[in-house]
Design a protein around this ligand. Structure first.
Ligand code: ZN
Length: 53
């Protein structure tokens, strides 16, 4: 099963991702950096505005 992941800010279609995906991506439209984690039917989208780890 694949899910379309859209940017939470602008709604841009970022990618298709399947179960178990864990990717970082820049939205080309609003330049937001996102981490996308997919577990089964659950899609988690984290905004990565500041990376101070
Ligand atoms: Zn966006």
């Amino acid at each position: 099963m694949t899910n379309y992941v859209v940017c939470p800010d602008c709604g841009y279609k970022l990618l298709k991702a399947g179960d178990g995906s864990n990717v970082e991506i820049y939205c080309p439209k609003c330049k937001l950096k996102l981490r996308i984690i997919i577990k089964g039917d659950e899609i988690t989208i984290l905004k990565m505005l500041s990376e101070k780890v």
